[in-house]
Design a protein around this ligand. Structure first.
Ligand code: ADP
Length: 258
């Protein structure tokens, strides 16, 4: 247990170092981002505070049963995972910044890209018996930045699984005309109330904070998706009905014009 503990602590302090470095970077870039920085601080301080409480109570009591150690260390690991996810999303966000970031486009098969993403997500959908359907109407080649487009589409499909009911379905379609390709991600899930449909693309916005925390959300996914789509000169729309499901449609030009 002692070894595990030490390991836990060095992870925590290295995460908190990178957190502080990142805060400095963001702060120096643009002072108008104060509100954003305070959101980030809050999001990261919450798991740090929980880890501190858990670690302190492990240290302060001697001769605790091993199950308790394991349970607390398990909780610490969950908090670390959550922070890692937030930090990864934040790093993607810095990469997606429209003022500083370049799209490095390569003519890429969108069919292959979607198949790769779906292959990775299939096991997660299967855990809750959610059917992942893929319909491709034609081979599509387009100028995209593969890393950024993958993040964008992955977030949509991941959300369609996350905010779904057990035994539900997710349908991903790919189509194209002579100018654009279109990806739709449709789900049989909980839906998004009409009055907040415009807000879901905002950084850190979550419809239901408590539920989103359960599902491991950071509230950054859709804002990343939108940034990536806009960097590709594309557009994104959503249609949703509460308790019935949601459809996101992404439209991206086949040829990138800077
Ligand atoms: P999160 O990390 O919380 O999933 P996102 O930015 O990806 O953050 O999404 C913002 C919020 O929009 C989510 O918290 C969720 O409430 C809602 N949302 C996103 N996608 C869906 C969906 N397919 N069905 C229902 N609600 C969704």
């Amino acid at each position: 247990s002692v070894k595990l503990n030490m390991h836990g602590f060095s992870e925590i302090s290295s995460i908190s170092d990178s957190f502080n470095q990142m805060i400095d970077v963001i702060r120096n870039q643009d002072t108008a981002r104060q509100e954003f920085v305070s959101n980030v601080s809050h999001e990261l301080k919450t798991p740090i505070a929980s880890m501190k409480v858990l670690a302190d109570s492990l240290l302060s009591q001697e001769g605790m049963p091993e199950e308790i150690y394991r349970e607390f260390l398990g909780d610490i690991t969950n908090e670390i995972e959550r922070m890692t996810k937030i930090i990864n999303d934040l790093l993607s966000m810095v990469k997606m910044d429209k003022n500083t970031s370049q799209v490095e486009v390569v003519n890429t098969s969108i069919n292959d890209l979607l198949e790769q993403l779906l292959k990775r997500l299939r096991p997660i959908a299967a855990e809750r018996n959610i059917e992942l359907i893929y319909e491709s109407y034609r081979p599509v080649m387009a100028d995209i930045d593969e890393t950024k487009m993958s993040i964008a589409l992955n977030n949509l499909i991941e959300n369609a699984i996350k905010y779904n009911y057990d035994d539900g379905w997710v349908r991903v379609t790919l189509n194209a005309d002579h100018k654009f390709f279109y990806v739709t991600v449709q789900d049989s899930g909980v839906g998004i109330p009409e009055d907040v449909q415009d807000n879901v693309f905002e950084r850190f916005y979550r419809v239901d904070k408590a539920r989103s925390r359960d599902t491991g959300g950071t509230g950054l996914g859709l804002s990343l998706t939108r940034s990536a789509v806009l960097l590709h000169r594309g557009s994104i729309k959503l249609y949703s009905k509460e308790k019935e499901g949601t459809t996101f449609t992404v439209r991206i030009p086949l040829t990138y014009v800077p």
